[in-house]
Design a binder for this molecule. Structure first.
Ligand code: ADP
Length: 686
């Protein structure tokens, strides 16, 4: 009879093929087995993380031994002796992860590796796993093959991930203070064996016998120097202990000096092996900013984020309190080429106790700071790799909020202290910030609006909204902007020059997102109305082409209305000639030099519609309500009146068309019928 030990492992398997007197194979607990099946047959694509998991266990085991040594005088280990060793044998297709840590006794091997989860929530999770495993693939929410990933994520992968790549796993371990070693071995299907073994020192070897290669997957690549060093650098670079590996090197064979007159023979090379530490060990983000040189940060950034240029900003955060974490973030100098493509993935690398959990954790960055690269490391996070749980993780959200504030503060500092650099930054990423305001329907305004720069028509340089307001005439209640596709053209637009002539600056917006961003903001800051501090109102952000800029006196308005009234017949013919393109023709209150402008009533401006027109897939354009505003003081107006008086309707109609088309032309918009326009001009010149 087998010893009645660890009854909770369930019944022992009866195996006829086993020799008399040998301990029968131990069976995995039912729940563990279910999970193992899943793991082995998983379509989970990230199989390579098995190495990270084994190294992370090894690192824990070394940690435990180190901490034991601090309190237990019988355990004498020097920190410098502690190490993890990774080895491989390409002929036998094995990968080995060894440590000289605390090791496991026979009982511990049984207990720790015989089941998957030790936590109280296990039953609950197991039930979930079962439910998910039974659901049809099509029923899985969102992602097609979420099921496996999710279940594995729910449990955390741990030691069992070895079975994602291994057909057999052997663990040889010797606990500290024990003189016997034991070997745990399993094919991950039915159960496992524990047998006596040999090991010279305390510690553990995990030997993974890789699965046979299939048409789709070549597990053999894991048993190679290149494969393993890459994975170690990628996932375990900042593990605190050295991860050593024997690597192949080659060197020149020493040759005797050639005799006088003789030619030196071609140099001979020989290969040899050397044990190297593969990981860099010290997480740079854990170090105080004052102790790290900018060069070190730059090197780290360039290596880790594959950039050729140094970062524009380095932001280091060390948070202590209810949630401890370190973060190191960078603002690149240049936007990556794919920044504005659909495939660009934002996010910070997420580490838990120096071990990479996720390459790009989106939840840590808002869209509008998506250009920031960096690392967050926290040992407080109760995390696993499941994406679903990440999204709902309150700790992550708390970190994300804090990091957003840090990024904002750093950018504001750059804006105030290094304007030249900030303008360069804004050239690269300003669009993302403006897009953030637009996309959030203005919600992100509080965070982003004071970071924006626009081209000032008055100052002829980039300014902030606050600078605009600081320079505005007393009593101003608006911020004016003009949108179009070229700064030069905008600067000369009558709509702009007339506002400038009244002493107000105009922000010239030549990016497609600008007007949408301005509209989403709607208002900015606030001012006391008529010097009354009790009565504060926001500044309105207004397109110079919109109907009421609030720059005319009541008298001027009344005068224009009366002039419009008395020319009603003339304007009627003009409007009819324009064939529905404008709602009305009126006498303008705003014009000084130009004969006419086209303005819009309501939301959509001409420039905005041009942007929409240029977007693929916009069939239906929003309705526009345009008004042709005529300058009553311009000689052209007198000509129109004269033609009307002489009953020359034909001339009035032609001129109406010309006025409309040329008003659009100065804004960079082609007439609907350029040929008719050209012909009419030629006719006039005859
Ligand atoms: P986790 O590491 O999340 O606890 P694992 O399934 O990876 O879960 O490992 C289970 C347990 O096995 C660990 O908690 C640890 O006690 C033990 N263990 C795994 N690897 C080692 C090792 N290299 N040395 C000592 N103990 C180990």
């Amino acid at each position: 009879t087998p010893p009645a030990r660890d009854l909770h492992w369930g019944s022992y398997a009866s195996s006829a093929s086993r020799k008399e007197g040998q301990e029968p194979m131990r069976k995995f607990k039912t729940e563990s087995k279910k999970l193992l099946d899943l793991m082995i047959n998983s379509i989970y694509t990230n199989r390579e993380i098995f190495l990270r998991e084994l190294i992370s266990n090894a690192s824990d085991a070394v940690d435990k031994l180190y901490f034991r040594s601090l309190t237990d005088p019988s355990v004498a280990v020097g920190r410098d002796d502690l190490a993890i060793t990774v080895g491989y044998n390409s002929d036998e297709r094995t990968v080995t992860v060894s440590d000289n840590g605390i090791g496991m006794t026979k009982d511990e091997l049984d207990k720790n590796l015989g089941t998957i989860a030790h936590s109280d929530s296990f039953e609950f999770k197991a039930a979930q796993a079962e439910a998910a495993a039974e659901s049809e693939p099509g029923e899985a929410k969102g992602l097609d093959d979420l099921t496996d990933v999710d279940i594995i994520g729910q449990f955390g992968v741990g030691f069992y991930s070895a079975f994602m790549v291994g057909k057999k796993v052997r663990v040889v371990s010797r606990a500290i203070g024990s003189d016997e070693a034991w070997a745990w071995e399993s094919d991950g299907i039915d159960g496992y064996d524990i047998k006596p073994a040999e090991r010279a020192e305390h510690g553990t070897d995990v030997i993974v016998y890789l699965k046979d290669d299939t048409a789709d997957e070549s597990f053999g690549t894991f048993a190679s120097e290149h494969g393993l060093t890459q994975l170690i650098k990628r996932y375990s670079n900042y593990v605190r202990y050295p991860i050593k590996m024997e690597v192949m090197k080659s060197r020149k064979v020493e040759a005797p000096e050639p005799a006088e007159g003789e030619e030196a023979p071609a140099p001979q090379w020989e290969s040899y092996t050397e044990v190297e530490t593969i990981n860099s060990m010290i997480p740079i983000w854990k170090r105080k900013k004052s102790e790290v040189s900018q060069e070190e940060y730059d090197e780290f950034y360039k290596t880790d984020f594959h950039d050729f240029e140094n970062p524009a900003r380095t932001i280091s955060v060390h948070a202590e309190g209810s949630l401890n974490y370190d973060a190191l973030m960078f603002v690149p100098s240049r936007a990556p080429w794919d920044m504005y493509s659909k495939d660009y993935k934002r996010g910070l690398a997420l580490y838990s106790s120096n071990v990479l959990i996720m390459d790009k954790c989106e939840e840590l960055l808002p869209d509008y700071f998506g250009f920031v690269r960096g690392v967050v490391d926290s040992s407080d996070l109760t995390l696993n790799i499941s994406r679903e749980t990440l999204q709902h993780n309150g700790q992550l959200r708390a970190i994300a909020r804090r990091l957003e504030k840090k990024i904002k503060a750093d950018l504001a500092n750059m804006r105030d202290d290094d304007r030249e650099a900030y303008e360069e930054f804004f050239k690269q990423f300003g669009r993302t910030l403006k897009f953030g305001i637009y996309q959030s329907y203005g919600m992100a305004k509080d965070t982003l609006a004071d970071l924006l720069l626009f081209y000032s028509a008055k100052e002829q340089k980039m300014i902030t909204l606050d600078e605009y307001l600081a320079d505005a005439p007393a009593g101003a209640d608006s911020i004016f902007f003009a949108a179009g596709d070229s700064l030069d053209r905008l600067a000369n637009m009558p709509l702009v020059t007339t506002v400038l002539a009244k002493g107000y600056d105009v922000l010239l917006c030549d990016q497609d997102v600008d007007e949408f961003c301005m509209m989403a903001m709607g208002t900015y800051g606030e001012h006391a109305v008529d010097g009354d501090e009790e009565n504060k109102q926001p500044y309105f952000i207004k397109n110079v082409g919109s109907e009421d800029l609030g720059l005319t006196t009541d008298e001027e308005k009344k005068e224009a209305e009366e002039a419009t009234e008395s020319n009603a017949e003339l304007f009627g013919i003009m409007q009819e000639a324009l064939d529905g393109k404008v709602e009305r023709v009126v006498v303008s209150t705003r014009l000084t030099d130009a004969p006419a402008v086209v303005t819009s009533e309501g939301g959509m401006s001409l420039a905005m519609v041009q942007v929409l027109k240029s977007q693929p897939g916009t069939d239906e354009l929003p309705e526009m309500h345009l008004v042709l505003e005529v300058n009553a003081k311009h000689p052209v107006f007198a000509t129109l009146q004269a033609a009307h008086e002489a009953d020359d309707d034909e001339k009035v109609r032609t001129y109406a068309g010309l006025l409309f088309d040329q008003a659009l032309l100065v804004e960079g918009i082609l007439p609907d019928n350029p040929l008719a326009f050209a012909q009419a001009v030629a006719e006039l010149m005859k």
